[in-house]
Write a protein that binds this ligand. Structure first.
Ligand code: XIL
Length: 333
């Protein structure tokens, strides 16, 4: 079955008030590549910029903002009735050199961050559904990530400040903390939980937690994922799967693609129970960060490099259809 003559993920998702989406590749999008943009519009009802809204992309030089690509993405989302996730305001990576290669007093660093957040969130006020306000602030072994520019400049206080500033700039945006390898139970996911719990207790405007879901072959949903989801949601926070991919050693065999499909199907089932959205980090193997960052691995996304649907696509569709049996498809049609 090709994607062309089967129900679109976005229509199936919409029946559940759910959002299924993907990260958008700068090159394919700005060149307006036809098969890429057609599939993007066809299948998804939420998008996020893979890179276009990161600090280095938006502000390559002091007091200079380059909005073109990000503006085009915001317009594209609106024109195609898609929600938009903003990614990301505060991160230790993809910072411009003009920020990292000079010294700042704490006051200067603080106003730099405040200005950046308010400029970006303010520009897109009312047009961004959810912002990844702070990305990857927790270390792999738990505790704060100490190799972060922002942590080094401002201490852990930068996290609460960032949420406050984002909220001031767009009081209606849903504000997320986003991180990787914090989906199950581990010292890292404990630290994420404690961080967001403390922020909530301090009445900092935080509304959601993003599980990035950069997974590898053989990943399955376990009871740990459910209990982690439960404790986070117990804080009154929403949850989303924000950057899913499932890397395979390449070239991938048919058995590997089937195993990958199970990962996607199980993730979609869990997301329908516990999350507001599931986004993959790209949708075609033609444009995926995996081969560049993990040599020897790839084939991580639901469409192959020729835009053909893989078993992973069908598994997500089936999970959405399966859930549709309890919420009839003709409802509200
Ligand atoms: C990655 C992009 O996919 C690459 O193109 C870029 O060179 C580096 O960043 N976690 C995140 C994303 O939050 O922003 C990262 O995206 C992948 C890991």
């Amino acid at each position: 079955m090709t994607a062309q003559n089967s129900p679109r993920l976005r229509d199936l998702a919409a029946q559940h008030g759910f959002y299924v989406g993907t990260a958008v590749h700068t090159g394919a999008f700005t060149r307006a590549e036809a098969p890429y943009c057609d599939l993007l519009k066809r299948e998804f009802n939420v998008i996020v910029a893979e890179n276009m809204m990161k600090f280095v992309e938006l502000s390559p030089a002091p007091d200079t903002y380059a909005w073109n690509a990000a503006d085009a993405l915001v317009d594209f989302a609106a024109a195609n009735d898609m929600k938009l996730r903003g990614h990301t305001l505060v991160w230790h990576q993809q910072l411009p050199q003009w920020v990292t290669h000079r010294s700042w007093t704490p006051e200067e660093a603080r106003s730099l961050l405040e200005r950046h957040i308010k400029t970006v969130v303010g520009r897109y006020r009312g047009r961004v559904w959810a912002w990844d306000v702070v990305n990857e602030a927790i270390a792999d072994t738990g505790g704060y990530r100490s190799d972060s520019f922002w942590y080094q400049q401002l201490g852990a206080e930068y996290i609460a400040l960032a949420f406050q500033w984002a909220h001031e700039a767009d009081p209606n945006a849903i504000l997320y903390y986003n991180d990787y390898e914090a989906e199950g139970l581990s010292p890292k996911s404990d630290s994420v939980y404690e961080l967001v719990r403390d922020l909530k207790q301090a009445e900092v405007p935080i509304h959601g937690v993003g599980w990035q879901m950069h997974l590898s072959e053989g990943w399955r949903v376990t009871a740990e994922h459910r209990s982690n989801a439960e404790r986070l949601r117990g804080l009154g926070l929403e949850l989303s799967m924000t950057e899913m991919d499932v890397r395979l050693s390449t070239p991938a065999s048919a058995a590997q693609l089937e195993s990958q499909a199970r990962s996607y199907g199980e993730a979609m089932e869990l997301a329908l129970e516990t999350c507001a959205a599931l986004l993959t980090w790209g949708f075609t193997d033609k444009y995926s960060w995996i081969p560049g960052f993990r040599p020897g691995y790839g084939a991580a996304l639901p469409f192959d490099a020729d835009y053909q649907a893989k078993p992973a696509y069908t598994a997500m569709q089936q999970a959405l259809l399966g859930a549709a049996q309890t919420a009839p498809l003709d409802q509200g049609a």
